[in-house]
Design a protein around this ligand. Structure first.
Ligand code: UD1
Ligand code: CA
Length: 459
């Protein structure tokens, strides 16, 4: 069996054109820093031994990927020099080495696995992923002989007018024979227009010594897209979103206007769910079947059951049972756990609270640090006063209780099962099961008061 491949990801460059205080490779695409996406793609391709070459803001890149060993390239002397930084960590490694960049996050795992497989099949010393570009400006061009054999790569800045017409480009991702790579990296020189150690320069040296180089053409050139500025960042995001939308539509999800649905790849959406415009399904979200989501909903790390309706709402790290309706204009914060067949209506905020099945909290309500049983009616304007300025306290509303409108439940407090709270009450003591809690000033009516006021006696 062939030795498993190792991977080297180059991410030492500054990325000046991003005009950012954050390292380029940490800018997210599809909700994941682009270098983390490259790592994920490489892992999905089946490679586990991964090294990152870092330089600018290397500590921050390492912090974003604590499990991936980083090798520091102090000075950016070229792609060949960058790979050479892994000489020690890969010393003694006999297998193939995949080299790719931290700023090309669109390579499919299948393509990365494909180049390694092709490289092994061809028994090549080096295999480069190539792409056909209508406008190849800026890229290294692939030079082949009359028989189509790869001879080498010439950089734009070193290319003759004739070479500049070549439309087959170097994507910058390769598979090399590990020992030969490090042996030949010792022989490249910065004798070129950019005075850099070019990684592709090992190809002609290998070929001159009788080794073979291969080209592995990628069908969709967009896979190899590198991100250098924020325009390309947005283009890459669009390509990724198109892929994700397509995937979920083919799984049975309806999108009224796919261009207005944003998806992270770490999410899942059930069959027959309909997504309206303005829906953002973020990492860690799981949506069940037959749901109606949107317009204008953001879901992050949230689990939603089947047959749920969510409209104009933000849900972060929340859980919602089946057949429940959320919104319009609801805010479910971390720790909100809502049961089945509930109604969480307009201007309702729920934080760190459980709400039992068949409970209604229909309008203008704050539930914080509360346990609400099933079959409860929480009236309009109800508030759990959970914070006294020092500590947070819990409110318990037991099964079947009825909370009248505009009640303030001052925690810690318990409303017993089947109990009533009269509208407008400020409840500071427990209400027993089946009891009525009423806590408000009595109304006084003053007869003919306006008339007396106009006569100068407002009492
Ligand atoms: C490189 C290739 C070119 C190819 C193109 C594809 C070389 C000499 N040229 O050109 O043939 O068409 O990629 O995008 O390799 N990096 C480091 N350390 C360095 C230099 C670069 O980590 O010392 C990293 C950069 O952060 C970047 C990547 O390597 O992610 C590519 O470097 P860059 O200078 O952009 O290479 P190109 O000129 O685009
Ligand atoms: Ca580049």
């Amino acid at each position: 069996m062939a030795v498993e491949a190792a991977a080297v990801i180059l991410a030492a460059g500054q990325g000046t054109r991003m005009r950012s205080s954050m390292a380029k490779v940490l800018h997210p695409v599809g909700g994941l820093p682009m270098v983390a996406r490259v790592v994920a793609n490489v892992k999905k391709a089946g490679l586990d031994s991964i090294y990152l070459v870092v330089g600018h803001q290397g500590d921050k890149v390492q912090a974003a990927l604590p499990d991936i060993p980083c090798v520091v390239q102090e000075q950016q002397l070229g792609t060949g020099h960058a790979v050479d930084q892994c000489r020690e960590v890969l010393a003694g490694f006999k297998g193939p080495v995949l080299v790719t960049y931290g700023d090309t996050p669109l390579f499919r795992p299948e393509t990365l696995a494909g180049v390694v497989e092709y490289h092994n099949q061809q028994q090549a010393a080096a295999t480069v992923i190539t792409a056909h570009m209508e406008d190849p400006a800026g890229y290294g061009r692939i030079k082949r002989d009359a028989a189509g054999r790869v001879l080498g790569i010439v950089e734009q800045k070193d290319a003759t007018a004739a070479e500049q017409l070549i439309q087959e480009i170097n994507t910058g991702t390769y598979c090399f024979d590990g020992p030969l790579l490090f042996q030949y990296l010792q022989r490249i020189t910065p004798d070129n227009a950019q005075a850099e150690y070019y990684l592709p320069d090992v190809l002609p040296l290998l070929i001159a010594d009788g080794y073979s180089a291969a080209g592995f053409a990628v069908e969709d050139a967009r896979e190899s897209m590198g991100i250098n500025d924020r325009v390309q960042l947005a283009e890459a995001e669009a390509i990724l979103q198109e892929r994700l939308r397509r995937h979920w539509m083919l799984q049975g999800v309806t999108m009224i206007d796919p261009t207005q649905v944003w998806l992270d790849d770490d999410c899942s959406i059930g069959q027959d769910t309909v997504l309206y415009p303005g829906v953002h399904v973020q990492a860690g979200t799981v949506i069940g079947r037959g749901c109606t989501i949107g317009p204008n909903v953001r879901l992050q790390g949230t689990a939603i059951g089947d047959g749920v309706t969510v409209e104009q709402a933000v849900l972060t790290e929340a859980r919602v049972g089946s057949e429940t309706t959320i919104g319009p204009f609801a805010y479910l914060r971390p720790g909100a756990v809502i049961g089945d067949r509930c109604r969480i209506g307009d201007f309702v905020e729920v934080k760190n609270s459980t709400v039992g099945d068949d409970t209604s909290a229909a309008h203008h309500i704050y539930l914080g640090d509360a346990h609400v049983g099933h079959g409860v009616n929480v009236g309009c304007g109800t508030i759990t006063a959970n914070y006294d300025g020092r500590v947070k306290s819990r409110t318990t509303i037991e099964d079947g209780a009825f909370i009248g409108s505009n009640s303030c439940l001052v925690a810690p407090v318990t409303i017993g099962s089947g109990a009533f709270v009269a509208a407008g009450s400020t409840i500071t003591e427990d209400v027993p099961p089946e009891g009525l809690g009423i806590a408000r000033g009595r109304q006084v009516n003053k007869e003919s008061w306006t008339k007396r006021r106009s006569q100068g006696d407002p009492k």
